[in-house]
Design a protein around this ligand. Structure first.
Ligand code: GLC
Length: 474
């Protein structure tokens, strides 16, 4: 009997432990009526006029020439060098390291960065040519990096410490535009996830929910009340915010995410802001089979791939800069893409008129890996002589004109020779160039001009390991 009672207590203990982290702080999801009413009112009030995209406000016009942004995923996952949020999902193809969720959320107890110095990050980034930054204020796991009125975050686990203010200040002090990543979806929000959703192998067993539209709408309004309140905190407590990078808004049995009303409300708080098109998951406007509903100032269809076409909107191309298995999170191995690969991606984006947004994860202690500094200092050296060919440079005058990529600025075309390119450069142009120089040194490059084609070879000893830019002046 004693043994049975002991086993029962043990079992209860295990059950309690197994759910305690995932269901922790339920009180912080008690949403005030006024916040719910605000959400209801927002989505039930039709817009008086249609929103114009991209945002025509003069303050928003920096985006298409911004060129290079620093993306950072930071949060409790950094403690484990894990993939943000996804690593709590058992058997997830790109994750699962910190499953079940209980284990993942327990990381919150160990997240308390003592060496956080974002000014150091931003100084280094600025020198390497970055013009804006985007930090995860809250990922799908729901952990907020600021002491929000609702949800879980630094309020409960760090005595209300605010990790966003120093970031915003550091961006501004170093002249970078301030970007916030925010995932409206929150897997910690009570009831939003079915337990099977925490195990990838059970996804096909998730019972199709019986829609109770009244109850679901009530839950959704509560959830939206929470999300809008958090967005309001982000957009009213830190001065001017230049960019909002949403990633995933969904709620069981709700299809209409009222994107335009929400974006109009956001612009009422930050008139000059640019917002991506991921508030709700709808189809790529440039996909001929898509619905064309994707709403936002800029689009992000090339995630982790190389852009291949000019989208119908402003765009950025976010990629994972680091190696290792942490995905978007902190990579303990400290491996980075080569700088030639980095530059090739950046140049590709510029030839198509978009921005490159490479991502790395800060450590749990608030530092960037030492290899980040080595990497960006090499980029900074390169930027000293060749920055004008990428940062703020315009799109290609036509891919078919040359066997290398071309960017442009005023009366100049910039030809990019990457290390693996060993051929003669050929450039089609009706006008004879006034000058052709190696951007790094300013020295003239001997060339031929015949039948509307410029041809030249850049000698072996002038070649480097990143990107050798030849400037063609007209
Ligand atoms: C994907 C990932 C998400 C990541 C985002 C960044 O949506 O699922 O974890 O934050 O890409 O672009």
């Amino acid at each position: 009997m004693k043994r049975e009672i002991f086993s029962l207590i043990l079992l209860l203990g295990i059950c309690f432990a197994a759910t305690s982290q995932l269901n922790s702080h339920p009180e912080s999801y008690q949403i005030d009526k006024k916040d719910i009413d605000r959400a209801r009112q927002l989505i039930s009030t039709p817009l008086r006029e249609k929103l114009v995209f991209p945002n025509p406000n003069p303050e928003a016009q920096w985006f298409p020439s911004a060129s290079l942004g620093l993306f950072m995923h930071w949060g409790i996952h950094s403690v484990a060098g894990a993939q943000p949020s996804w690593d709590m999902i058992a058997n997830y193809p790109y994750g699962g390291k910190v499953s079940p969720p209980d284990k993942y959320y327990a990381l919150a107890d160990q997240f308390n960065p003592q060496k956080y110095d974002p000014d150091k990050w931003m100084k280094a980034a600025k020198e390497a040519g970055f013009t804006y930054a985007v930090l995860t204020t809250r990922h799908h796991d729901g952990y907020a990096l600021w002491p929000s009125k609702y949800g879980i975050g630094t309020k409960q686990y760090m005595n209300g410490r605010d990790l966003l203010k120093p970031y915003v200040d550091a961006c501004r002090a170093n002249g970078l535009k301030v970007g916030f990543y925010f995932s409206p979806g929150d897997w910690h929000f009570p009831g939003i996830m079915h337990p099977y959703q925490f195990d990838y192998e059970k996804w096909d067993k998730i019972p199709s929910q019986v829609a109770d539209s009244v109850a679901d709408n009530q839950d959704y309004h509560r959830f939206l009340g929470y999300v809008l309140r958090q967005i309001e905190e982000l957009l009213t407590n830190y001065g001017k915010i230049d960019l909002l990078w949403f990633d995933g808004m969904y709620f069981k049995n709700i299809d209409d995410m009222h994107t335009e009303q929400v974006y109009a409300w956001i612009r009422s708080l930050q008139p000059g802001i640019v917002i991506n098109d991921r508030w709700s998951n709808v189809t790529n406007p440039d996909n001929p089979h898509g619905s064309g509903l994707r709403i936002g100032d800029f689009t992000t269809p090339f995630e982790c791939t190389t852009p291949t076409y000019v989208p119908s909107k402003w765009f950025d191309n976010c990629v994972i800069w680091t190696g290792g298995s942490a995905g978007w999170g902190y990579d303990r191995t400290g491996s980075f893409r080569s700088n030639s690969n980095f530059m090739e991606q950046l140049v590709t984006c510029r030839t198509l008129g978009g921005n490159f947004l490479p991502n790395l994860g800060p450590t749990e202690n608030g530092e960037l890996h030492p290899n980040f500094y080595t990497t960006v200092s090499e980029l900074a050296q390169w930027m000293k002589h060749s920055k004008e060919s990428v940062i703020g440079a315009g799109p290609s005058p036509g891919m078919e004109r040359s066997n290398v990529m071309i960017t442009t600025r005023a009366n100049n075309w910039y030809l990019h020779l990457f290390p693996q390119f060993k051929h003669q450069v050929s450039l089609k142009t009706d006008k004879r160039p006034k000058s052709i120089t190696l951007l790094k040194t300013g020295e003239s490059v001997p060339y031929n001009y015949r039948d509307g084609f410029v041809t030249f070879n850049l000698s072996e000893e002038k070649r480097t390991m990143i990107d050798d830019v030849v400037k063609v002046g007209f």
